[in-house]
Design a protein around this ligand. Structure first.
Ligand code: MN
Length: 231
């Protein structure tokens, strides 16, 4: 083993239902504007030709049930409830038909967002990193294997302190999971460890210290996150 000057934070891993081994997170890709009603509430058009993406640093991943500090640099920290898929096989330039075989499983995810900074970046045509690549901002529930879950017309929902804020359906995804995997594989050599958040439905909004977020997708393990005081 090569001697290192210092140790990096360990890569987070996500538990898998029915497996002892966990799923290590290699990369995190996120789809933007994949539900028409969410694009509308953000005041933007959807692109039906192709999805677009942003990324989060893998070390931003945390597991459902965590309590996080309200992050620095924002006064408008938002929840986004999403379906995540995780890749289990290598794939490059795959067709939509071939894409399905790459998907190892699915879980609930939260794409926590500094909305104020994202909107400033958007208006100034700057990158979204400060708004989106927030420490502890990619939250995951336990993975259900693709052999035990098929995306059809499942309800996707999120509550803050028990009050329903997002309530939609996976059938409203503009680019379905196979379309997203096929499209992303035009730009990246997809491989096991790649996690893809597929976008949020309408109803996004802010949280404050003390809030408890819960969410779910029918057929998948639910997700929860508690917002603590700012550091
Ligand atoms: Mn999102």
């Amino acid at each position: 083993m090569t001697d290192m000057l210092f140790e990096l934070p360990t890569t987070p891993s996500i538990p898998v239902k029915g497996e002892k081994a966990e799923y290590p997170v290699g990369r995190i890709f996120c789809v933007g504007r994949n539900y028409a009603a969410h694009a509308a509430e953000m005041g933007v058009e959807v692109d039906r030709e192709a999805p677009f993406y942003f990324t989060k640093t893998p070390t931003a991943a945390i597991l459902s049930g965590a309590t996080i500090a309200y992050p620095p640099g924002t006064e408008n920290y938002h929840y986004e409830m999403e379906l995540a898929l995780v890749i289990g096989k290598d794939g490059f330039r795959v067709s939509k038909d071939e894409a399905k075989a790459l998907i190892y499983g699915y879980c609930c995810a939260l794409d926590m967002t500094r909305r104020d900074l994202q909107l400033v970046a958007r208006s100034k045509q700057r990158p979204w990193d400060l708004g989106k690549d927030v420490e502890q901002s990619a939250v995951f529930s336990t993975i259900t294997k693709a052999t035990e879950f098929e995306v059809t017309q499942q309800r996707i929902h999120l509550e803050v302190n028990g009050e329903v804020k997002q309530n939609s359906n996976l059938s409203f995804l503009i680019h379905d999971v196979c379309a997203v995997v096929a499209d992303l594989s035009k730009f990246y050599h997809l491989r096991a460890g790649d996690v893809i958040l597929t976008g949020t439905p309408e109803g996004v909004g802010p949280v404050v210290a003390g809030d408890k977020i819960t969410g779910g997708i029918d057929g998948l393990d639910p997700i929860a996150l508690t917002i603590g005081a700012a550091e």
